[in-house]
Write a protein of this length. Structure first.
Length: 538
């Protein structure tokens, strides 16, 4: 149901073709994108085209709000996977982040008018479109930089003449004000020397005021919608500013008001897909317990409600978040991407898993009660086999959804999609410590609660507090007290994923009386989600 809803919205009931396209970049790199083609765009009557590029550790589907609304207005949209992201081959950051290859592919399409091209990029995707514009300065008419800036991380500097006709949409609570514009808070970017140089302004830039001239390519405007950096994707205002700018600079074949937006229903659909994935993980594993090879897995006496062990409860709430930044920073220093461990942020997750597993082993020695039933190695092996079958069956369902409807499972920054060919080997490596950690987590949880709701709250609650500590000052106009904007945004994923982990763990503690099946399901699920969703650097 979720996939069908998402499909109907993004295709507008069949009026827009959404195709999963693969092509080879100039350097020989296999590239991936979603291509949105309105039915009115044909080789006989070509339409303007827009290249839309996501940011770091995202994928092409992240840009669907922009892509859907632009396609509804008659533009052909190429939502690109950056190099090393999604289904575009590694390494990440290579070849202008994939931007030049995406622009060349879009311009060559027969239903696209190559003289009317726009570029839109969010965060690091802005650097991708800037790289494309620098390499092909006459191949586009206008650009929207969402939460991005020129002159960052190797992107070309901005001047009053480059890029051509640019709108800067930098949200009022963007976490990367210092990185992008060299100012301590997003509300101050009007005073940024970099922004003034881009606008050719001697004084602070005023939001919403047009600068320059569209015909000469020097037009500029800055908008500050009241959202955060990742919030740009789910903001009517942020998307509306992009729609309005392209309407001004490359008029749409089918003009609509910028406020006329339906993309949110596609997000509802993919959220339902993610809920369905969690239900299938539980349902397939639970159904497997009734099959002959696995009938002996549940303990004779299953766990009911348990009296809360306060030490365990405090540990589950505090330790995951207290160790979060230190272990990720440790991995950044001591576990750089390599052929064996090719994803930088997944290396951070691995360090976090190993560190928390070690702490959990020590913690178990101090718990007053160990409620997990004893289990034979044969039983543990059968639990692992059942977990592989359950997660594998769920994977095949999601793969079918992806092939049939060109959608994945996602809620905002939490996204689950099929693995690319180069993901399977690192998936097997990153899985190993998770197969140890998540059953250990289940043992601790078994001494605290078997309530799925309480388990989900305990595991994710510490990260909710962390996000409050970071965002309350930011929303008040001050920098985040702990810094680390990227890892702060990643923490949103920890809230959702650990809530799911708590739910699955508690369900199978009740169902089987031991931590093995739930722990193995969680290990496979989390490894799949993390590896498929991160940038591959090597």
């Amino acid at each position: 149901m979720g996939a069908l809803l998402a499909h109907v919205v993004q295709t507008q009931g069949g009026n827009i073709a959404v195709e999963d396209v693969r092509f080879t970049g100039e350097s020989g790199t296999p590239m991936s994108a979603l291509l949105y083609v309105p039915e009115t765009a044909t080789s006989a009557d070509p339409a303007p085209g827009i290249l839309a590029v996501h940011g770091y550790i995202n994928s092409r589907e992240t840009q669907s709000g922009f892509a859907i609304e632009l396609a509804r207005r008659g533009y052909v949209v190429l939502a690109l996977d950056q190099t090393g992201h999604g289904f575009s081959a590694p390494p990440a950051f290579a070849h202008g982040f994939g931007g030049p290859d995406g622009l060349a592919y879009l311009r060559a399409l027969p239903m696209v008018d190559a003289s009317r091209i726009g570029l839109e990029g969010h965060s690091m995707g802005g650097w991708a479109v800037l790289a494309a514009a620098a390499l092909h300065p006459d191949a586009y008419r206008a650009m929207v930089l969402e939460g991005s800036s020129p002159g960052s991380f190797g992107a070309p500097d901005g001047t009053s003449a480059f890029p051509r006709n640019v709108a800067v949409v930098f949200s009022a609570y963007d976490e990367f004000a210092d990185l992008m514009w060299g100012v301590p808070a997003a509300r101050k970017i009007g005073e940024s020397e970099k922004l003034q140089r881009l606008f050719g302004a001697a004084d602070p830039v005023e939001p919403g005021r047009p600068y320059g001239d569209i015909r000469s390519g020097t037009a500029r405007i800055w908008h500050a919608p009241p959202v955060t950096h990742p919030g740009d994707h789910h903001s009517h205002a942020a998307i509306g500013h992009a729609l309005d700018w392209f309407e001004r600079t490359i008029p749409a074949p089918h003009a609509r008001a910028a406020s006329d937006q339906v993309w949110v229903w596609k997000e509802v659909g993919t959220a339902l897909v993610l809920v369905g994935v969690v239900l299938l993980l539980i349902g397939f594993a639970d159904a497997g317990l009734g099959l002959a090879p696995f009938r002996g897995l549940p303990a004779e006496e299953r766990l009911g409600e348990v009296a809360t062990d306060r030490l365990g409860a405090v540990a589950l709430f505090v330790l995951p978040v207290v160790t979060y930044l230190p272990l990720f920073k440790l991995a950044e220093r001591w576990l750089p991407p390599s052929g064996l461990l090719p994803q930088q942020l997944t290396n951070g997750v691995t360090a976090w898993v190993i560190g928390n597993a070690a702490i959990t082993l020590v913690l178990l020695a101090f718990l007053r009660r160990r409620r997990a039933s004893s289990f034979s190695w044969h039983g543990i092996g059968r639990a692992l086999v059942l977990a592989v079958l359950a997660v594998g069956a769920t994977y095949l369902v999601l793969l079918g959804v992806f092939l049939a409807f060109a959608v994945d499972a996602r809620v905002w920054v939490v996204a689950l999609k099929p693995l690319a060919a180069w993901h399977f080997a690192p998936f097997a490596v990153y899985l190993l410590p998770m197969l140890v950690f998540f059953p250990l987590l289940g043992i601790v949880l078994s001494s605290v609660t078997t309530s799925p709701v309480r388990a989900a709250g305990l595991l994710s609650g510490g990260f909710v507090v962390f996000l409050a500590v970071q965002y309350l000052p930011l929303l008040a106009g001050a920098p985040m007290p702990l810094g680390e904007p990227l890892l702060t945004i990643v923490a949103f994923q920890f809230v959702a994923v650990l809530a799911i982990v708590g739910l699955i763990t508690a369900v199978f503690l009740r169902r089987t009386g031991n931590p093995w099946l739930g722990g193995f399901v969680n290990a496979l699920f989390v490894a799949w989600l993390v590896v498929a969703g991160q940038a591959t650097h090597v």
